[in-house]
Design a protein around this ligand. Structure first.
Ligand code: BTN
Length: 326
């Protein structure tokens, strides 16, 4: 564990610690502690400094911890996992895995971060990713089938996320095609998949999951759409992101393996239960045009079906919004 990680671990109880006690615990001088605190604050870590008291981590959440995640996952998940890396600050966990694909990372490698300074959402949007507040997790998946056969991958990943939220005790959430996690009309989380490789040969998918857990209001005001977080939805005061990450991996890894052999078909019924737009008047935003119609589920490949008046038409991409009722 890096020195800065160890320093944050000492501070993650939310209490004040003096430079002297921190220095002693880490085997460094008070001045060196001060320099590390300053550097962490510059990257956006919410550290408070109080004269005569020392330093403390504001809104202390349990920090992400590789060992806690590994201890919490089910045994079969542990066998399917590649490496698990927990970073303090990255540009994007998807980018971090992407940069290392050619160094031979094994399938099932996971990267999590406390903060992303260039978190990416779908359609080129940014994903607001403040320190220690939410879950930012990416999983690298090597698939022998080509990009062309991965049509339903993002939907199946959404199903895994719904299952893990249910095990975490979250109710009242649903999916907006293809994989927005929604609650009461507000966005709780999303999935961004980067695929590298041939359309028919082996490929690599990087599945990036973002879930708002305890979004600070200050960061939330910069989000350009209605949003919610798990603290609000559950009414709890503290939630374990390590447990949530473990539950997500427990669902995602076996589902990916099954999807690779069986495709989307076995999940169509389950998708229907989570589908928040089925039977609703929608607009589908495509580059340069908007399609209006009634959403009528998905086809066996995971494409959205929209009835525009002359029967269902299938769409493999686009952004769905609900049409305001008159
Ligand atoms: C969306 O727009 O709904 C997708 C959001 C995906 C965000 C996650 S956070 C972890 C991973 N790293 C990123 O940069 N993006 C994804």
């Amino acid at each position: 564990m890096s020195l800065r990680n160890r320093l944050l671990k000492l501070l993650d109880d939310g209490d004040f610690h003096s430079g002297e006690t921190l220095g002693e615990a880490l085997g460094i001088s008070r001045m060196a502690v001060w320099k590390h605190i300053k550097a962490l604050r510059t990257t956006g870590v919410p550290l408070e400094i109080a004269r005569g008291k020392g330093y403390r981590l504001q809104n202390a959440l349990e920090l992400l911890d590789r060992n806690s995640i590994l201890a919490a996952v089910a045994a079969p998940t542990r066998d399917r996992l590649g490496g698990v890396e927990v970073c303090l600050v990255v540009d994007s966990t998807n980018n971090r895995l992407r940069e290392q694909v050619h160094s031979g990372l094994s399938s099932g490698t996971v990267c999590l971060a406390e903060m992303q300074h260039a978190g990416r959402g779908r359609r080129g949007r940014r994903w607001v990713s403040p320190f220690g507040a939410n879950l930012y997790l990416s999983l690298l998946w090597r698939s022998p089938v080509g990009v062309a056969a991965l049509g339903g991958l993002s939907l199946v990943s959404g199903i895994a996320l719904m299952r893990s939220l249910r095990s975490f005790g979250v109710t009242g959430v649903g999916l907006k095609w293809p994989n927005d996690i929604m609650a009461s009309g507000a966005k709780l989380g999303g999935i961004l998949i980067d695929v590298l490789g041939e359309s028919t040969g082996p490929c690599v998918a990087i599945i990036g999951v973002g879930i708002n857990v305890a979004m600070p209001q200050t960061a939330g005001t910069t989000i350009e759409q209605p949003w919610t977080d798990l603290l609000t939805l559950t009414g709890r005061r503290r939630l374990s992101r390590n447990r949530l990450a473990a539950l997500l991996l427990d669902e995602l890894l076996p589902l990916l393996a099954a999807f690779e052999t069986d495709g989307m078909q076995p999940y169509l019924e389950e998708w229907k239960r989570y589908d928040m737009v089925d039977g609703q008047a929608v607009e589908l935003h495509l580059p340069g045009r908007i399609i209006a119609g009634m959403a009528c589920g998905i086809d066996a490949g995971g494409a959205l079906l929209v009835d525009t008046g002359d029967g269902p038409r299938r769409f493999a991409s686009g952004e769905v919004t609900l049409r305001p009722t008159a």
